[in-house]
Unconditional design. Structure first.
Length: 320
């Protein structure tokens, strides 16, 4: 089998490299895996993307790339739509034309955050900013391309939130600021779930590959994929600081010096949803049918335990 991963230098792309390497290292019949980043293929170049797909002929395409600069997207709309909508549409078209499987990633920012409670996969999209609009457009484009196909082609769009891994993210920013400043002010009225890139890569691979890295059948569509529980950016910042202190890192800021503020006190170019909570019941049901208890336990990993372990590992590796 041939697997093609886009976005190799991003947080999720790096997580896929780790997880796929680990999963396939002991296999006799190893899949051929190609990892592609911006230097190999600029996704804004449609011709280059089509040529790459036709040259590599993948049976599984994993699109971990995206235009993720939420605020810059407000002034770079064309580029955001090219990467987040047109490029995945081309990948989806390739998958349909070649009976391939396509995995794509989307965001809580496709919602306006007005809902009380947890968002379901079928809830109305109503993005507040250009980034969210471009990701929502990408979701719609993929579903349109796959609509009515009857071959072996299949797709999953994993909607996730507040991702952290090997790269720049909110947790790393808090750790940097906590060494420089004695007080921080962090938003406490936006609710969501921090999600580990490695967890997301593993859960995705569990859905689509069996133990021998052969493709499984699954129901095409959108799946919400986030850790269990919920918090605010302020809650995440406090836990991050506490976990670093517990791991022996000297910070200038203590959790009680991290002050909660309202979104209106910290205006940014792009509006964010106030409620980013997404139900993962659909994904849970997809795994429940297989009867693998360890997979279900892994799916229910609490966000705070995972963040603690991430921060502890950063400390161990001398990265704080
Ligand atoms: N990060 C979050 O908090 C978050 C939240 C919800 C959903 N998501 C979704 O989760 C997925 C993974 O996010 P992530 O955090 O791993 O993102 P990331 O770290 O920003 O990585 C995105 C990757 O896409 C690549 N890319 C961007 N424009 C490109 C272009 N024109 N040509 C080729 N490659 C290009 C980037 O390349 P360079 O390295 O060269 O820039 C980068 O390696 C995305 O679909 C994102 O929308 C993320």
């Amino acid at each position: 089998m041939k697997i093609l991963v886009f976005g190799k230098d991003g947080q999720l792309g790096k997580a896929f490299q780790e997880e796929l390497d680990e999963r396939t290292s002991a296999l006799l019949a190893k899949p051929i895996i190609q990892y592609v980043g911006r230097p190999e293929c600029d996704l804004a170049n449609e011709e280059a993307l089509n040529q790459l797909l036709n040259r590599l002929q993948p049976q599984l395409i994993i699109n971990a790339s995206a235009y993720t600069a939420v605020d810059r997207a407000e002034t770079e709309s064309d580029l955001a739509f090219a990467i987040n909508s047109r490029a995945p549409e081309i990948m989806a078209q390739y998958a349909v034309d070649h009976d391939a499987t396509f995995l794509h990633y989307s965001t809580d920012y496709v919602f306006d955050g007005e809902k009380y409670g947890f968002y379901l996969e079928g809830d109305l999209r109503n993005p507040l900013g250009v980034y969210g609009k471009s990701k929502a457009d990408g979701e719609e484009a993929i579903a349109r391309v796959f609509a009515g196909t009857r071959g072996n082609d299949q797709y999953a769009i994993f909607r996730t939130s507040w991702v952290y891994g090997d790269g720049g993210n909110f947790i790393r920013t808090i750790l940097r600021l906590a060494k420089e400043r004695e007080e921080l002010k962090i938003i406490n009225d936006q609710f969501g779930v921090p999600t580990s890139a490695n967890w997301l890569a593993q859960v995705s691979l569990n859905l689509v590959l069996d133990e021998d890295a052969r493709l499984r059948k699954f129901a095409s569509g959108i799946y919400h994929a986030v850790s269990a529980g919920e918090t605010t950016w302020h809650g995440l910042a406090c836990l991050t600081a506490q976990a670093a202190i517990d791991a022996g890192v000297a910070l200038k800021v203590t959790p009680d010096a991290i002050k909660p503020i309202l979104t209106i006190e910290y205006p940014l170019p792009a509006l964010r949803p106030m409620n980013s909570r997404m139900s993962t019941d659909k994904l849970y049901q997809a795994f429940a049918g297989r009867g693998d208890v360890s997979e279900l336990q892994y799916l229910n990993q609490p966000w705070d335990k995972a963040v603690r372990s991430y921060v502890t590992n950063l400390a161990k590796d001398g990265l704080i």
